[in-house]
Design a protein around this ligand. Structure first.
Ligand code: SF4
Length: 400
């Protein structure tokens, strides 16, 4: 084995009848370049923010290890490795790096970088091939998720709760211009989900990528879209049967569906457009996943009533086209525009890295947020939508 390693984390979760493996990574995603420089190893992701020790061993004890960090937990994992392996230099990149605050002392053999792997090695972005290979330990009857990066930034970049608008450092906007659909060559006979890596799909990718995605049995694509007016207009320029096909799932962050709240959080949404967007998708063949945030300190009873009307209008045409709801509790992330605007009940960290803050909100607002949560669950249960993160604990305490 070479003394240069590229570490990629994978997540393993049981599905209904098979395992699901998420194999995305944000730093060393031009696999051809990595293979040219060293060996690639996959390490299982562990979601343990309090960890001070992991049982795993790295296959080398000196040299250079490049780590692709998707989450703050990965950064803490490197922190622990760096102490255990003082003769290894750890170069850490990926989406977790620029948006994370270091609140403790890092070992001197860790370098955090905002560069892409190509910039690190002094070549043009995307000048090497994707050349993703499914790791040997995954058997063919499972489901794999892999990410094909299209771009690494959000064209909107305004939402107050999002950590990205507050990014304190310069990060190069990396955009894939020459799309050659390399994922058509993935050698895997199980189910494959190709996530089109982008925070919100760009208009040029709506035009050039979506209508041309190669079809393959067992293959599904996923894309994040912003359900706003300009994007809706762009989708409508396409043949709708090409962009809303049965092998594409769209994920839309709804957060809180009232016009007043969308304005406050600078989401750039309005009710009629969002409903038209979703109803247009589901009146064709595509599936939709919707995500919601609970925990706002500034919602009113009128907002909650408007949210309920939104679900009423959504529920009628959608039927089984909505694949799932995701429910999140508002977490104030470092550098977001909400940082400093909420009192804090809990600070969450992973080793020397800050994850975010759980905000304190008044009892009257807690009760409104719980009404909102119950509305989400009610409509999900009525229609049999799966709800991810069906939390019981909100606002730092058990609420039943
Ligand atoms: S929440 Fe999504 S749409 Fe809003 S700024 Fe962040 S990435 Fe962009």
């Amino acid at each position: 084995m070479s003394d240069t390693l590229f570490v990629k984390f994978y997540t393993e979760n049981p599905g209904k009848d098979r395992m699901r493996y998420a194999l995305g990574n944000g730093f060393s995603d031009t696999h051809d370049l990595c293979k040219n420089k060293g060996d690639i190893i996959w390490v299982k992701h562990v979601n343990d923010k309090g960890a001070t020790e992991y049982n795993d061993e790295l296959p080398i004890s000196k040299g250079t290890v490049y780590v692709s960090a998707l989450f703050v937990f990965h950064l803490n994992r490197v922190n622990i490795w760096a102490k255990k392996y003082p003769n290894i230099n750890f170069i850490v990149g990926g989406p977790a790096v620029p948006y994370t605050k270091v609140i403790g002392k890092l070992p001197s053999n860790i370098t955090l970088t905002n560069k892409s792997v190509e910039e690190w090695f002094g070549v043009d972005n995307f000048s090497y091939k994707w050349k993703f290979e499914v790791p040997d330990f995954i058997e063919e009857n499972n489901v794999i998720f892999t990410t094909y990066m299209l771009n690494n930034f959000c064209y909107w970049n305004k939402c107050t709760f999002c950590s990205h608008p507050g990014c304190p450092v310069e990060v190069t906007n990396r955009i894939r211009k020459n799309i050659d659909f390399e994922f058509k060559d993935i050698e895997y006979n199980g189910k494959t989900r190709v996530v089109l890596g982008t925070q919100a799909i760009l208009q040029e990718h709506i035009n050039n990528v979506l209508p041309n995605l190669p079809r393959k049995p067992g293959r599904q694509y996923q894309a994040f879209i912003k359900a706003d007016k300009p994007q809706l207009k762009e989708f409508k320029k396409q043949n709708l049967n090409d962009v809303f096909r049965d092998d594409i799932k769209y994920t839309i962050g709804i957060e809180f569906p009232s016009n007043r709240m969308w304005k406050r959080m600078r989401k750039g949404y309005d009710r009629n457009t969002v409903l038209e967007f979703i109803n247009l998708i589901v009146s064709h063949e595509s599936k939709v996943s919707l995500s919601f945030i609970v925990g706002w300190k500034d919602i009113t009873q009128q907002d909650v009533d408007e949210a309920e009307r939104f679900f009423q209008e959504l529920a009628i045409p959608c039927n089984d086209s909505i694949s799932n709801f995701e429910m999140h509790e508002l977490l104030i992330t470092p550098y977001s525009k909400l940082d400093g605007q909420y009192n804090i009940v809990e600070t969450i960290s992973a080793g020397p890295f800050l994850v975010g803050y759980v905000p304190t909100i008044g009892d009257d607002k807690i009760s409104l947020n719980l009404k909102y949560r119950d509305i989400i669950l009610k409509y999900a249960d009525q229609k049999n939508y799966r709800v991810e993160n069906r939390h019981k604990k909100f606002f730092g305490k058990e609420v039943g």
